[in-house]
Ligand binder design. Structure first.
Ligand code: AMP
Length: 128
């Protein structure tokens, strides 16, 4: 079972040409909010809320499960700590916000590099 799972992961290999990989390699620009050696947070090009920021780790990972299963706990927890830092930076703590991560076909993921959406700055009129 473990072998099948890892084979599946190998087949779903990371696409080095996805748009966020290009942003990380600085081949295309982004509107940066925060960056450090491990993570990048930048504005979504097609915002669905007044504030719409994407957060990505700089390692190769195609979706949430890929990120959490492939990398060590330290990096994974740092990502969420840094997300909280950026939420504060954006001033979203008082009014509230949403965090969303789409994964795979059923999740409606378009860019195959793990990312979270941070949405806020106004009353968000869509609910899960
Ligand atoms: P998802 O559907 O969860 O994969 O979300 C991908 C998001 O990336 C969408 O909200 C797009 O608007 C956004 N996006 C695509 N290209 C860019 C880009 N070059 N810079 C910033 N955001 C982008």
């Amino acid at each position: 079972m473990k072998l099948i799972k890892s084979l599946k992961r190998e087949i779903l290999m990371y696409d080095k040409n996805n748009i966020f990989a290009k942003i990380l390699r600085k081949e295309i620009p982004c509107d940066k909010i925060y960056e450090d050696e491990n993570f990048l947070f930048f504005k979504d090009i097609d915002p669905k809320a007044k504030i719409h920021v994407l957060g990505i780790p700089k390692v190769e990972c195609s979706d949430f499960s890929d990120f959490v299963s492939k990398y060590d706990n330290n990096l994974v927890s740092q990502f969420f700590k840094k997300t909280e830092y950026v939420i504060n930076l954006l001033g979203l703590n008082n009014g509230g916000y949403k965090i969303i991560s789409n994964s795979g076909l059923n999740g409606g993921q378009e860019v195959p590099h793990f990312h979270i959406h941070i949405l806020g700055g106004e009353k968000l009129n869509f609910k899960l």
